[in-house]
Design a protein around this ligand. Structure first.
Ligand SMILES: [Cu+2]
Length: 283
C-alpha cells in the first residue's frame, strides 16, 4: 500500500503539473517550457502561425543544406585531401544560381507575407469599435458603440492578486469583448510610445501619440487572454499589462449595459475633479 503510494505520488504530481501546464497553455498567456507560439484564437493569429511554420521549414532546409555543404567542402578540399588546389576564380553558372535561388526563395516568402500583412490590416465589416489608449503606465479603453463609456485598466499588485490570477498580467478592469465578432481596434497614446500586444490574437501595434493606429480582431474562443505593452515607455513599462475577457454575445451585452452605468457614474465624479483642475489652470 505504502509502496504504491510512493510510486503513485510523483505520477500524480506530474499529472497535476501537466494539467496545470495545459490549462495555462490554454489560458492565453506564456507558460513554463512553452514551445512555439501561443494557441491562436483569431484568423490573423492562425495565419501568423501557419506563416511561421512555413518559414520554419524553409529556414531548416537552408540551414541543413548550408551545414552539409560546409562539411563537404571542409573534408573534400582540406589540405590533406586536396594538396594542390585548383586556381579557378569564377564560375558563371554557379554565380547565376547562387543569386537566382535566394531571389526565388525570397519571392516565395514575400507572397504569403504580403497577403498576411494586408489581411491583418484590412478591417472587414466591423461590428463594433474599441479604442485603447496607452498612458504611463496603464491602458484606458473606450467603447464608443455602447454608450461611449471609458475606463482605466491598471495592473493588480502582487499582494492584491487572488488565486489563479497571473502576476504582472492581471489588471483591475478587464477589456470585455464578445466572441465571434469583428471588432475594430483603434490604438493611440496619451504621452509616449506604447504598443498594444496580444500574442493569442496576433496583434502587436504601436500606440503613437498624435496618431491613431487601427487593426481588427475576431476572437473565436471564449476565455481570458493576456498581453503586455511592447514598446519601451519608461520605468513602468513592465507593469501595464493587457487583460481581455472574451465572453458570449449575450454576456457582453449584459456587461456593456452595466459598465455604461458604472463607468458613467465614475466619470461624473472624475468630471468634477477635472473641472476643478481646469479652473485652477485657467486662473
Ligand atoms: Cu511600455
Amino acid at each position: 500500500m505504502t509502496a504504491w503510494r510512493i510510486l503513485l505520488a510523483p505520477m500524480a504530481l506530474l499529472g497535476t503539473l501537466m494539467t496545470s501546464l495545459a490549462a495555462r497553455a490554454d489560458h492565453g498567456m506564456a507558460h513554463p517550457w512553452q514551445m512555439g507560439l501561443q494557441t491562436p484564437v483569431t484568423p490573423v493569429a492562425e495565419q501568423i502561425q501557419d506563416f511561421h511554420n512555413l518559414l520554419l521549414v524553409i529556414i531548416t532546409v537552408i540551414a541543413v543544406f548550408v551545414t552539409l555543404l560546409l562539411l563537404y567542402v571542409m573534408v573534400k578540399f582540406s589540405a590533406k585531401n586536396n594538396p594542390t588546389p585548383r586556381t579557378t576564380t569564377h564560375n558563371t553558372m554557379l554565380e547565376v544560381l547562387w543569386t537566382a535561388i535566394p531571389i526565388v526563395i525570397l519571392v516565395v516568402i514575400c507572397i504569403p507575407s504580403f497577403k498576411l500583412l494586408y489581411f491583418a490590416d484590412s478591417i472587414k465589416d466591423a461590428e463594433m469599435t474599441i479604442k485603447a489608449v496607452g498612458h504611463q503606465w496603464y491602458w484606458s479603453y473606450e467603447y464608443p458603440d455602447h454608450g461611449e463609456f471609458t475606463f482605466d485598466a491598471a495592473m493588480v499588485d502582487k499582494e492584491d492578486l487572488q488565486s489563479g490570477q497571473p502576476r504582472l498580467l492581471t489588471t483591475d478592469e478587464a477589456v470585455v469583448i464578445p466572441v465571434n465578432t469583428n471588432i475594430r481596434l483603434l490604438i493611440a497614446a496619451d504621452d509616449v510610445l506604447h504598443a498594444w500586444a496580444m500574442p493569442a490574437f496576433g496583434i502587436k501595434l504601436d500606440a503613437v501619440p498624435g496618431r491613431l493606429g487601427e487593426t481588427w480582431m475576431r476572437v473565436t474562443k471564449e476565455g481570458t487572454y493576456y498581453g503586455q505593452c511592447s514598446e519601451l515607455c519608461g520605468t513602468g513599462h513592465g507593469f501595464m499589462p493587457i487583460m481581455v475577457k472574451v465572453v458570449s454575445k449575450a454576456a457582453f451585452a449584459e456587461w456593456a449595459k452595466g459598465a455604461k452605468e458604472e463607468f458613467a457614474s465614475r466619470d461624473e465624479k472624475n468630471g468634477v475633479k477635472l473641472a476643478d483642475a481646469g479652473g485652477k489652470t485657467a486662473e
